[in-house]
Design a protein around this ligand. Structure first.
Ligand SMILES: [Zn+2]
Length: 590
């Protein structure tokens, strides 16, 4: 009987452990795990759906995340705050979800990537109550972030049967999502009701003071940073060195001011330290998390033994550090390498998949949850652990939801990109793909780098195959292609380049090759009527290649033919692989 009780407690514990956080499935690559996830969702939803009739669905959305993270930041010293600001988006999202939960006695059904969905019993005046919370959030964001970012709450009501069945009477999940989306848009558009605010042109420097060196938005208080950025720096340090995080009201490193309440976080190196830290008022605690470990054995054993409140949340930073644990800045990450690379990748056709779900009105809510949670697991948990263990020179800006954004030493980012694509294919049973945008940089404004990389990702997504499918693309150095083609070119380039004797591998010859690849592309574009610009010179690339090759490389005619075919076949798409050769050669010790 005791054994049974332990079993029961264990399953309750796992249930609790997995109920609120998407990133809570272990061993996702192991057989049988998808059934486990499904079981968790069943149990969880059954509990939430129980004894409910008319319900309200509330959603939260952190908008202006790019501004929140990058405003005023250049690469210089940015590593101190980027990761903590990105984690802060998650923590603030969690705190607000708990505030809403408490107010409405609801349950979080989805949370991650700066968004949440909460289900609660219907009550009169829920809109007014929600509006009250919204006003307090607006004040906080307006006063501290000047309308450059914020948090919008929206809600709608329906019958629980709609969620269970997908469609009921005259409502459906499709309509619910439609209503929530339009409420959300309205909320973002409305932003802070600027016209209603008397002092909406706040000048933080009115009373003098120097701008903070980290954000440039607020007045610097000590060590050239404002109070908020200073708390971001503290948070960044704690996130890289601790294992446990407690979120609570009235104390710790501040994360959100809400009316008269201040929410904060505190960190602990090990469980003993956590237990030893007394609390005057445990009611103020809203969550304890293991932010470091995600292996099944560790977490479950620990969790079951020590605390029923402890949950896992993959929040600890995957950021490059030196042997003393100091976070490296971007110059140090780059080291002697030619440059840094920014990568943004996201799942292709996620929108289509959700749309298909919505069109089929028989699909219950559970399936939406399942898709979102599994996707989020891959990015927030699996990817961050992959980087932590295998890519020490990659700095994670964000990974979660259905996308990832990292900055790192360029060669390591290229390796990561190949690995990420392969792992995602396995994870999605080769049904879904990613598109990736990459840009190289040495230093500069991170907002600019981020936007450039966004554009690269968009170009990668727009590459179509012969059937008009746009997915599985990559855009690197401004050249877009399908990922398999990129891999093919890489492989072939390495093969050919090896055939050139070491002493003949001159940079002048490589630069020539880039020129020929451009010419070859232009002549092709003219023939295929992509481009009307005619230049006779472009058609001469082959004879120029022959001349150059014979004079400088002095290789065999077979090797020359290989170069010629390579450039003829791939045109400008060959350029990224050739350019990377230049960078690699440049990095070789003299
Ligand atoms: Zn600042």
């Amino acid at each position: 009987v005791l054994g049974e009780k332990i079993e029961e407690e264990k399953s309750q514990a796992i249930e609790e452990y997995t109920s609120k956080y998407p990133a809570l499935y272990y061993n996702a690559f192991q057989e049988g795990s998808s059934e486990e996830i499904s079981k968790f969702d069943d149990i969880n939803l059954e509990r939430i759906f129980k004894d409910k009739n008319r319900v309200i669905i509330l959603s939260g959305d952190f908008w202006g995340i790019q501004n929140f993270i990058f405003d005023g930041l250049s690469t210089n010293r940015a590593t101190k705050v980027i990761r903590s600001r990105s984690a802060l988006v998650q923590i603030v999202n969690f705190v607000i979800s708990e505030i809403v939960n408490k107010e409405f006695e609801g349950d979080t059904v989805l949370i991650g990537a700066g968004k949440f969905t909460i289900l609660a019993n219907h009550r009169e005046k829920w809109k007014e109550e929600l509006e009250k919370i919204q006003k307090k959030l607006d004040s906080y964001f307006f006063e501290n972030f000047f309308g450059r970012s914020g948090f919008v709450l929206s809600g709608t009501e329906t019958e629980i049967e709609v969620l269970k069945q997908g469609k009921f009477e005259d409502d459906s999940i499709s309509k619910i999502f439609g209503r929530l989306a339009s409420e959300n848009e309205k909320g973002k558009y409305r932003k802070f009701d600027f016209e209603k605010r008397e002092n909406f042109l706040i000048n933080p420097f009115e009373k003098g003071g120097e701008p903070c060196e980290f954000c440039g938005l607020r007045v610097s208080k000590k060590d050239n940073s404002c109070e908020i950025c200073s708390s971001h720096i503290d948070l960044g340090k704690e996130l890289t060195t601790n294992r446990y995080m407690r979120v609570f009201k009235n104390g710790g490193i501040p994360v959100l001011k809400f009316g008269g309440d201040s929410y904060g976080v505190e960190f602990y190196k090990n469980f003993k330290r956590l237990e030893e830290t007394p609390y005057e008022n445990l009611e103020n605690e809203i969550g304890i998390f293991n932010i470091l470990e995600s292996t099944k054995e560790n977490v479950n054993a620990e969790y079951l033994q020590k605390s029923p409140n402890l949950r896992y949340w993959s929040l600890a930073s995957a950021v490059p550090k030196d042997e003393n644990g100091k976070i490296l800045d971007f110059d140090e990450i780059r080291g002697t390498s030619s440059g840094l690379m920014a990568l943004k990748a996201d799942v292709d056709t996620m929108g289509d998949t959700f749309r298909e779900f919505l069109e089929d009105e028989k699909i219950p809510f559970k399936k939406f949850l399942r898709l979102s949670r599994e996707m989020d697991f891959f990015f927030s948990d699996y990817v961050s652990n992959l980087i932590k263990t295998e890519y020490p020179k990659i700095y994670v800006v964000f990974t979660g939801g259905d996308d990832v954004f990292v900055l790192g030493e360029w060669k390591e980012v290229i390796e990561f990109v190949k690995n990420l694509r392969e792992k995602f294919h396995i994870y999605s049973n080769r049904t879904t793909t990613l598109s990736m945008g990459l840009t190289m940089f040495k230093s500069g404004s991170l907002k600019y780098i981020s936007e450039e990389t966004d554009d690269a990702e968009k170009r990668a997504k727009a590459v179509e195959d012969e059937n008009g499918n746009s997915r599985d693309g990559i855009d690197i150095f401004g050249y877009s292609m399908k990922f398999p083609l990129f891999l093919e070119i890489e492989e072939r380039w390495k093969n050919i380049w090896e055939k050139v004797p070491t002493e003949k591998r001159t940079s002048s010859f490589i630069y020539r090759l880039i020129k020929f690849a451009e010419m070859s592309q232009k002549s092709k574009n003219f023939i295929e009527k992509v481009d009307d610009d005619f230049s006779f010179e472009n058609f001469q690339w082959k004879s120029k290649l022959t001349h150059n090759f014979r004079r400088n490389v002095e290789g065999s005619d077979e090797v020359l033919k290989e170069f010629s075919d390579f450039i003829e076949n791939y045109g400008e798409k060959a350029i990224p692989s050739i350019m990377m050769q230049i960078y690699r050669d440049r990095e070789k010790p003299e």
